[in-house]
Design a protein around this ligand. Structure first.
Ligand SMILES: *Cc1c(COP(=O)(O)O)cnc(C)c1O
Length: 378
């Protein structure tokens, strides 16, 4: 079955007991186990809950992995996945990783003596150069945020396999519709389900999918032990959101492509970053493993004043952090997601005061273009 069909028919679409066409919200903490000699499948909702299980099985199938795990947020998913490592282990992390991931790897995990190297992963030789005897894993995010830099995923996975390293991919920007890293040999896939999977800016959640039962056991031990699980209501919202993932992505991505092409010609815009553009240096590599460019783009205005004016005047984009919702969101990285990064480091990464990131929504493109044009010029 193709992906769109699998979103709707994946074995988790109906309630096993009533046939209801929506898995019920099992709002429950504990389960009557009846016969103590042969207890039922569920005993306590931290360890397992039927609504969460339906979501976990669905995402595992969609990513082509063996098991899925649902967490209270994308960061809970990321920190739980990273908690399978031990003091003394070394992990290579791409340098323009999500800000929250940067904070927990550089701060929290360092305190527990998990050693981290931040590397420009768009240059594979830099990955190789940083592998040491205690390196256990590579953590990647592609396209990167906010400059949509591309990592050669297949090349990075090859290096990892040659060196016996696990590969963890934050697949939030692509969603399983556009990229399934496990198909290329990745071991762990992580999502902030808050973004495209939920899709409606109304739930915070995170997902992890793993390949192989041994790894699944290690992640499950953290999920059940730390207990940063996703509740049944939010699990249900993600199941609901997933059903329309393909149709939302198709439309948002088409909007993003046309908006990027339009921005590229605009005289107040000096550069557009979107892997769907012919001018994008990583385009060919990206499309060698992904099925689309996604719905997030960034652009730089000709001067700082124009960027600030755009952020003040734009009406059809919410000025907010986050992405992947049905509504267009514009964010100003230097004041929002990357405000805590020192200015010199931001400039080195290309995150300048002229940069605006846009998550393109489901509005009619003509309206978006009219609004963006006015906000750029006014
Ligand atoms: C938002 C985001 C996260 C963190 O997810 P939360 O649900 O906010 O905890 C991680 N990675 C990426 C790429 C994100 O965009």
């Amino acid at each position: 079955m193709n992906f769109g069909t699998r979103l709707i028919h994946n074995g988790n679409e109906t309630d096993k007991h009533t046939g209801a066409l929506s898995v019920p919200i099992y709002q429950v903490s504990t389960f009557n186990q009846g016969d103590i000699d042969s207890p039922g499948e569920f005993d306590y909702s931290r360890s397992g809950n039927p609504t969460r299980k339906a979501l976990e099985e669905t995402i595992a199938k969609l990513e082509g992995g063996d098991r899925g795990f649902a967490f209270a947020s994308g960061m809970a998913a990321t920190s739980s996945a990273l908690s399978i490592f031990s003091a003394g282990d070394h992990i290579i992390v791409c340098e323009d990783v999500y800000g929250g991931t940067y904070r927990i790897t550089s701060g929290f995990f360092s305190r527990f003596n998990v050693e981290i190297s931040f590397v420009d992963a768009s240059d594979l030789s830099k990955i190789s150069a940083n592998i040491k005897s205690n390196t256990r894993a590579i953590f990647l995010e592609t396209p990167s945020n906010p400059l949509l830099k591309i990592t050669d995923l297949k090349g990075a996975i090859k290096i990892a396999k040659e060196n016996n390293l696990l590969v963890l991919i934050d697949n939030t920007f692509m969603s399983p519709y556009l990229l399934r890293p496990i198909e290329y040999g990745s071991d762990i896939v992580i999502h902030s389900a808050t973004k495209f999977i939920g899709g409606h800016s109304d739930v915070i959640g995170g997902l992890v999918v793993v390949k192989g039962e041994a790894l699944a056991k290690r992640v499950y031990a953290v999920q059940n032990g730390f207990g940063s699980i996703l509740g049944p209501q939010d699990s249900w919202l993600l199941l609901r959101g997933l059903k329309t993932l393909k149709i939302r992505m198709d439309y948002q991505q088409k909007n993003a492509q046309l908006l990027a092409e339009w921005l590229e010609k605009h005289d107040r815009v000096s550069g557009v970053y979107y892997p769907g553009l012919k001018s994008h240096p990583g385009r060919e590599i990206h499309f060698s493993y992904a099925d689309g460019a996604g719905a997030v783009l960034s652009f730089k205005t000709v001067d700082v004043e124009t960027a600030k004016r755009f952020m003040k005047k734009v009406r059809l984009a919410a000025v907010a952090v986050s992405l992947g919702g049905v509504e267009t969101i514009a964010s100003y990285p230097v004041r929002m997601s990357h405000a805590s990064v020192p200015k010199a480091e931001r400039e080195r990464l290309g995150i300048t005061d002229e940069l605006i990131r846009v998550s393109v929504g489901l509005e009619d493109l003509d309206d978006l273009i009219e609004d963006f044009d006015r906000a750029l010029k006014e």
